[in-house]
Design a protein around this ligand. Sequence first.
Ligand code: KG4
Ligand code: ZN
Length: 360
Amino acid sequence: FKRHLILGIETSCDDTGCAVLDFDGTILGESLYSQHLFHLMNGGIIPPLARDLHRMHIETVVHQAVKESGLCFNDLSAISVTTEPGLPMSLSIGTKYGKYLCRHYKKPFIPIHHMKAHALTARMVKRDLEFPYLVLLVSGGHCLLAIAKSADDFLLLGEVIDNAPGEIMDKIARRLKLKNLREYSVLSGGRAMEVAASKADNPLEFEFATPLMHYRNCNFSFAGLHNKVTRTIITEEKKYNVAPDQVLPSVNNICAGFLLSITRHLCHRIQRAMEFIDARNLILPQHRILVMSGGVACNNIIPQGIEIICNEFGYKLVRPPPKLCTDNGVMIAWNGVERWKAKVGVLQNFDHVDYNKCSP
Ligand code: KG4
Ligand code: ZN
């Protein structure tokens, strides 16, 4: 009896992650190095810096995960690595290191699509989750709605046409100078805005129109909202005549108004997707699940609105725990397990594969 074990490596953005999983999804070893504080200090991700930090940490992170599992590289069945989408410079570090390990230990290489991995993690957490299900992925780089039909087959219903919500939250949090307040100093922009919004004394003081209300599709847009919020901040700064490093007194209400508008927009698009699924009978009524994942899915205010839509349409909302919603090695290893089981996209011939061209 051979136990199948998969090692997963993630370096698509600013987290160097690695995990060793068995076929049941038991995490035998995991390790994560986050560059978050560096990028917070720099006011955003600088791709060459992200690449250098991945390069500095990848070996330690991978060895830590393997050490924690009590196994050695030879025990592994295969190595799965995020190969797209992401920052090309960051992706190249994980891909090159994974390629090196596969050659050295003569292991199959499994290229992983980062977004599919986010979408599939829910199946590791909730073992009885069957295809097809609806999935909303919201992060710093993406926003999309899709139907997961199998480990490899996704029907894209809509995606963001400009900037992702996490990216906008990070920018607005910076514009609001939330980092200057000690309690927010090490939080991501999205998390800082969530905490600020929860302290609002009048969440309806600032109302921002819901984007794309009259568009009959499932696409998302956040750039217009970003502009409106920025204009409001400028007006408020003039009104209160704030000093350059001073935080606005109305900051909590602005965050609440912004989060409310994002929630309405997401709900509106989800509703459209659910109506589309109904009209075409794409998911049986007794199997209706909406999976929400990606960094923004860590937010606890947005899902309160989404729950209402889910109840209306008979869906159950599934959110993986926060540590599995943000980028990590476990989700890449789990996607490797799914692909290994389904026998799709496993590259056996490590000597002859052009790894630079492999895509999941
Ligand atoms: O999925 P992720 O770790 O990285 C990618 O973008 O792929 O997501 C990071 C994003 C950041 O923009 C961060 O501000 C946002 O997720 N985020 C949150 C929360 N925690 C992290 N957004 C809203 N509420 C949160 N609690
Ligand atoms: Zn991600």
